[in-house]
Each structure stands twice: as C-alpha cells, then as structure tokens.
Design a protein around this ligand. Structure first.
Ligand code: PLP
Length: 400
C-alpha cells in the first residue's frame, strides 16, 4: 500500500502547534481559552503595506516574481542592512523567501550532508533542530543557562564544536527566552568560530527591532567582518511589521550560498508572493513609526508580565530584554498537585494542567530544549494578558 517516506520518521509538528491545537479544541467546546502559545504579533499590518499590496494587484504585479525577489524589495533590504546593521551586501548577496523559515530550509538543504552537525543553542526555536534533522543533519544542543542570561558562552560553544560541525545557529533577540546577547558575548563567539573555518553561521535576527531597556542589537557579521562570508544574516517582515501571514523573509549572505538557495527555491516554491513583496517593500520604507508604536505596547506588556510572574510562588522570571516572550522557570512547582488533581512532574504536565483547568495555553520549555520553564508570548491584548496572568497566578496558588 502507499506509504510515507523514511524521512518522516522523527519529523514532528512543532510543540507550539500541538498546544494551540488543543487550545482550539477546548475553545470549540465553548471554553473561554486564552492562547499565549503562538509567537505572532496581535497587531494589524500597517495600512501603508496593505495599500501597496492592493495597488500591486491592480497594477498587474501578478506574474511570477523573480526567484530572488523583486528589485524594489531587494533594494529596500539592501538599504536596511546598510543603515540598521552596518552591513554591505551586493544585490546578488540578497534573496527574498517565503518567510525566514524558508530561508532556513533553503540554507540547510543547500549545505547539509548526512551526519553533519548543527549546533543549536538551547533554548531554541523548535524549527532549527527539527529542520536540521529532516535534512540529514544532527542537531547538537548547547545550553544557554538562565545564570548566563540565556546567552551562549564562548567556552560552552567550544566544547561542542567538532570537525563535523556545519552550522551554528544564533538567534538574538531570542525566541523563546527574549534574551539579547551582548556585544562581548558575540565577539567571543566570533573568536571561537575563527578556529573552525568550515562552520556556517545562521544569524536569525527576526526580532532585532524588539529590544528594550536601552539594549542594542548587534549583527555578528558586522562585529566580525572577516567572518561575513560564512554568515547568513536572516530577517523578515513577520515580527517587525506584524506581517506573519504575508510570508516574507529576507537574507544577506555570500553569493555561492545565496545562489544555491535560489536553485532550491526555484524548484520548490518559486519566488515569494509578488503582492506580499510589494507590501514588504512599503513596510521597509514607511513603517518605522508603526514599529515604534508596537514596540511601546510590547514593552508595556513585558513590564506587566514581569510584575505578575515575580509574585507567583514557585515561579522565577528573568526579565526578557527582547522579542515578545517571557520564559519563567517553574522549578518550585514540580512535584506538586494541581487543584484538578493533576500531578506536576515536569513543564509539560504544568502546561497541560494549566490549559485543562484554567484554559490558558502556553508552551512547555522542553519543546525548546530547556526545562522546567514555560514560554509565554505577550503578543496579545493588554486586557487578555491581565486575565491570563490572573488565571496562571490562581493555578499556581492552588498547587499543593
Ligand atoms: N525565526 C524565529 C526565531 C522565529 O521565532 C520565527 C517565527 O516564529 C521565525 C524565524 C519564522 O519567521 P517567518 O514568519 O519569517 O518564517
């Protein structure tokens, strides 16, 4: 009978999606569910981007777009890299894809041979190890502990690098912790990388605009220009401009890798939606103020989450400096029993019990490679967050 490929073994849907599916089920049963499980902005896409899409559609910009992206968007991305990241990329060092996710897929597909190692600092965005494995790589975790502000320390990196290492992933500001890695840490990481000339670096900077408390985001490729040709600087419209549904990501990197990635994209999805590319071009040119406004809202919510979690017994919460997540530790809750009689042995139990009893969906830390924690997205309306925090506090207080 027809069967699935061997590749599908061990290829799971991300845990973030499993949690939101259960949340949807409960909601369909009429429960008042709050989902803080998904990492997407709650804001509408800025008007100017929507208008640009509409105009592009009416203007006949509806043919197959170039594989690497329309010229106006590539130019806007080039200018963005130069102005915001101090990075000079030629136009043939830039490509556009269907989200940063496709950039990652293209990059791994273009480079990984079976058995190649992909170093993934944990906690990590779940797609990194899943995609690495899917494409023949072996993900290798390196823990970024809470004591180290969830940042990667050069000494820890050195311990996991081998002559089989093909990639190092860097994601600052981080999903799931909100950590922003310091310039010093990045410089030290660059120093280690100099000893491993075969290693590519995927710098996922998709949350770069969401940094708080005066923190500064640094691009590794700008801090270590000698490594620039080994680094892919990936970014996109999803988080910065509240455009996740438009599916636009962009990347700067060395020509040979970009060319290989284009080959893959041309044979899989072709270029990203022409309409979406028009919208993203407008966003890059005209939405700096919208970004600032959204950032203010995220910052306000971040303060609110910090307050709420610092008062919960058994819960600790580092103050995230970026992105739109908090990653509270729940060590003090392990071994207890919920009001509904569920034993909390780990963060998965906690998240499940919280969803079943208080109808709040969050994602357990084990999905991101570091337990016992929860990832809570605060990209949601203030009132919704307030109610969610109340319910979580109630859940925690009732643990015995
Ligand atoms: N990288 C990180 C760290 C993310 O958290 C996400 C989205 O959740 C992505 C990439 C995917 O972005 P895109 O919508 O551009 O595919």
């Amino acid at each position: 009978e027809p069967s699935l490929s061997l590749k599908m073994e061990g290829f799971q849907a991300p845990a973030t999606i499993a949690m939101s599916m259960r949340a949807r089920e409960l909601a369909a049963q009429g429960k008042d569910v709050i989902s803080l499980a998904l990492g997407q902005p709650d804001f509408f896409t800025p008007r100017v981007a929507c208008d640009a899409a509409y105009e592009a559609a009416l203007d006949g910009k509806t043919k197959y777009p170039p594989i690497d992206g329309i010229l106006s968007l590539k130019q806007a991305v080039q200018q963005k890299f130069k102005q915001e990241n101090n990075l000079n990329y030629a136009l043939d060092e830039i490509m556009v894809a269907n989200g940063a996710k496709q950039i990652l897929f293209n990059a791994f597909m273009a480079t990984l041979n079976d058995g190649d190692e992909v170093v993934v600092p944990a906690p990590y965005w779940t797609s990194y190890p899943i995609m690495a494995r899917f494409l023949g790589g072996i993900p290798v975790d390196v823990i970024c502990s809470e004591e180290n502000n969830f940042s990667l320390k050069a000494a820890d990196l050195r311990k996991v690098l081998t002559d089989k290492t093909k990639w190092l992933i860097i994601n600052s500001p981080s999903n799931p912790t909100g950590a922003v890695w310091s310039k010093q840490d990045l410089l030290e990481i660059a120093e280690v990388l100099r000893d491993y000339p075969q290693v590519w670096v995927f710098a996922d900077e998709i949350y770069e605009h969401l940094v708080f408390d005066g923190q500064v985001h640094y691009s590794l490729a700008a801090l270590a220009p000698d490594l620039k040709d080994r680094i892919l600087t990936a970014n996109g419209a999803s988080k910065t401009y509240a455009m996740p549904g438009w599916r636009i990501g962009y990347v700067g990197g060395t020509k040979i890798l970009i060319k290989a990635m284009m080959k893959i994209q041309s044979n899989s999805t072709s270029g990203a939606s022409s309409i979406s590319q028009a919208a993203a071009t407008a966003a890059l040119h005209h939405c700096a103020n919208d970004v600032e406004e959204m950032k203010k809202a995220y910052d306000r919510r971040r303060q609110m989450m910090k307050e709420a979690f610092s008062n919960m017994p058994g819960v600790t919460c580092a103050v995230p400096q970026g992105a739109f997540y908090v990653y509270p530790g729940i060590k003090g809750c392990i071994g207890k029993t919920s009001a509904g009689g569920r034993k909390i042995e780990n963060d998965q139990d906690f998240a499940e019990a919280l969803l079943e009893e208080q109808y709040v969906a969050v994602v357990p830390g084990h999905a991101f490679g570091l337990s016992p924690y929860l990832r809570i997205s605060y990209a949601a309306d203030d009132a919704v967050l307030e109610e969610a925090c109340k319910r979580i506090a109630k859940f925690v207080e009732q643990l015995t």
